[in-house]
Design a protein around this ligand. Sequence first.
Ligand SMILES: C[S@@+](CC[C@H](N)C(=O)[O-])C[C@H]1O[C@@H](n2cnc3c(N)ncnc32)[C@H](O)[C@@H]1O
Length: 239
Amino acid sequence: MSVERDKERRAHSVFQKISFCYDFMNDIITLGIHRLWKKDLIKSIPVESKMVLDVCCGTGDIAIGMGNKLKTSQITALDFSERMLQVAEKRTKAAHLKNIEFIQGNALFLPFKDNSFDTVTISFGIRNTSDYKKVLDEIHRVLMPGGVFFCMEASYPDPFILRGVLSAYCRFIVPIMGKILVKSYGEYRWLDESVGAFISKEELTVLVEGAGFTEINLRTFLFGSCTLHSGIKGGVDEY
Ligand SMILES: C[S@@+](CC[C@H](N)C(=O)[O-])C[C@H]1O[C@@H](n2cnc3c(N)ncnc32)[C@H](O)[C@@H]1O
């Protein structure tokens, strides 16, 4: 089995297994800080967005946030884990949102025509995929010219000591928390494995640029623990 295929299977199996506790554990592991970062992402989405896609939507945090913000827009949210999607659908129903459609699919082969969306987001998703460049190329393809793209992703912080502390926390403490709280040790090793193996924010900027995005902007949170890239698909004078 190729390394790429192996990574994809591992990621799929991890999220299938932790779907029931994903939201609960995110709050515990990050002390709720992920909610603030996601709020920031949702705040950044242009209010003019009409056709929006959230790739690797998981249990729907971003899609639901956008569904609430953009009441008259159509939100499409895609993920390859059936179980994560089931949680997302339940949460959407509970929030009485009718403008979100969930689709099971692979971020590497987006099942949409070229130029279908004016806004595309991917939040804490790209590092789990087996080919970052292909995902960015796909997102660029389905965006309309002038459309905006947002990619939020976790990384280990820049300051050396903080980096050491956080990586030790993710490598040793988080899996133990996973084991004690939700009986999932191996699945909670995935956080450190995927963040540790992910490219730097500078390398990601190069890939975003390489996919054809312009006006690339980068914001970091908590000393580089999280980065928000944004860019525009060229082709019109202004968005
Ligand atoms: C860490 S979760 C992020 C979920 C959500 N976006 C959030 O911010 O909470 C990563 C999600 O990416 C999905 N995923 C990973 N690789 C994928 C792929 N190749 N295609 C579609 N979904 C994928 C997983 O199933 C999982 O739901």
